[in-house]
Design a protein around this ligand. Structure first.
Ligand code: HEM
Length: 399
């Protein structure tokens, strides 16, 4: 695991892991040791287990890897967000942030999301290679999350957010100097945004978070910045990777393109199956055993790290027969764990699925045919243990 081969095709490794046992001791690329849970049943249980907690400080653990290079204030403000919190803090903050993500509110954004998808797909050049990650898969979800938050839709603002999102998302694979610089830029940008929303509130999530500061139990100024930061990063990168990996599968399979174009009613299930099959998040973020406990028969000591292998669980043959086959009609596709489970279940799940279905529809309506412009084995994959996706993906549309 964690080799170059695994980064470009992790599925054979998951098969081996399923064959050899439910819990594995692993060393991550950062050098940290952890327990890895891989089977679907155990992974679901681990994600919902209140004894696996997020806050490493409870055990006196220091920040890991590149995070430790950041000045204290940047680290504690930007990276102290709901993903890293435990109850009761998590419960309070999630309640304040969750409202705009309800299914009803998200479905009201459908027309806007579809308009964005169609406009960006219409602008793609034809009959020449285009890096679809830069031209569409990355800017499209970034723009949508920015619309939701109320980030101004200006070229300057887009470029700034795109730059620091790219560097910070690269995590430990980023250049340390650029990482610290971008974290500083992100902080300055979000402080400006908060000041703007205080002066001129709008009907957007950033304004609602700023207003909540006045309420009892509302967000603190640091929580507002940390949550905005997390939403921009979380709402953008994994969706971008879902889209690029799905377009890769569609580019390589004319039959799949035709099937989906002729059966648009399959779009929602196709999005679920793409989430399962591509698994943009390989490992759910760190958890720690709050006390000595057993997971699937393995003893774990208090304070030891536990990684939940959501991508491995999505390849568990006990739940997904023939897991290596992409099948947009697969009834059990919805059981994937790509959005996690339990109290940290992805807030953006509805939105991401809607974005994916709108993107597939826009691309297939405009371009029944498109191909990969390079050999599949020369695609460069994002480095690192947590996230999977191509760094660039040259496609030729209208070919
Ligand atoms: C949490 C995956 C898109 C916001 C999570 C978790 C996963 C995940 C696995 C749980 C982490 C854990 O249990 O530790 C994904 C994938 C996406 C996606 C695969 C796209 C394909 C989005 C979008 C947004 C978003 C579009 C928002 C605009 C969040 C938030 C949390 C979260 C706020 C933290 C929830 C909490 O801790 O209570 N996501 N996500 N995600 N996601 Fe997503």
């Amino acid at each position: 695991m964690f080799s170059r081969e695994w980064e470009s095709d992790p599925r054979p490794t998951y098969q081996q892991l399923h064959d050899t046992g439910p819990v594995h001791r692993v060393t991550l690329p950062s050098g940290s040791r952890a327990w890895l849970v891989t089977r679907h049943e155990d992974a679901s249980a681990a994600l919902a287990n209140p004894s696996l907690i997020k806050d490493p400080l409870r055990f006196g653990k220091r920040s890991r890897g590149i995070l430790s290079t950041l000045p204290d204030r940047l680290r504690t403000v930007l990276f102290r967000n709901i993903l890293e919190m435990d109850p009761p803090e998590h419960t309070r903050v999630r309640k304040l942030v969750a409202r705009p993500f309800s299914a009803a509110r998200i479905s009201r954004r459908l027309a806007d999301v579809e308009t964005r998808a169609v406009a960006m797909v219409d602008a793609l050049p034809e009959r020449e290679p285009v890096d679809i990650v830069r031209a569409f898969c990355s800017p499209y979800p970034l723009r949508i999350v920015c619309d939701l938050l109320g980030v101004p839709d200006s070229e300057e603002s887009r470029l700034r957010v795109q730059r620091w999102a790219r560097v910070l998302n690269a995590g430990h694979a980023a250049d340390a100097g650029a990482y610290v610089e971008c974290a500083g830029e992100a902080m300055a940008y979000l402080e400006e945004l908060v000041a703007l929303k205080r002066r001129e509130p709008g009907d957007d999530l950033a304004s609602a978070m700023v207003a909540s500061q006045e309420e009892e139990d509302g967000l603190s100024p640091e929580e507002v910045i940390g949550t905005l930061f997390m939403l921009i990063l979380a709402g953008h990168e994994s969706t971008a990777h879902l889209l690029s990996m799905s377009l890769l599968e569609l580019a390589r399979d004319p039959e799949l393109r035709r099937d989906l174009a002729e059966h648009p009613e399959l779009l929602p299930n196709a999005a679920e199956e793409m989430l399962r099959y591509t698994s943009p998040v390989k490992l759910a973020p760190w958890r720690y055993a709050a006390h000595d406990l057993a997971l699937a028969g393995t003893d774990i000591r208090a304070g030891e790290g536990v990684m939940v292998g959501v991508a491995a669980a999505n390849m568990d043959p006990a739940v997904f027969p023939g897991p290596g086959r992409l099948d947009i009609r697969r009834a059990e596709a919805v059981r994937h764990l790509s959005f996690g489970r339990g109290i940290h279940f992805c807030l953006g799940a509805q939105l991401a699925k809607m974005e994916a279905a709108a993107a597939f529809r826009a691309v297939l309506n405009r371009f029944p045919d498109f191909t990969l412009a390079i050999a599949a084995d020369s695609i460069e994959w994002q480095r690192g243990a947590m996230i999977r996706g191509p760094l660039a993906l040259p496609l030729v549309f209208g070919s």
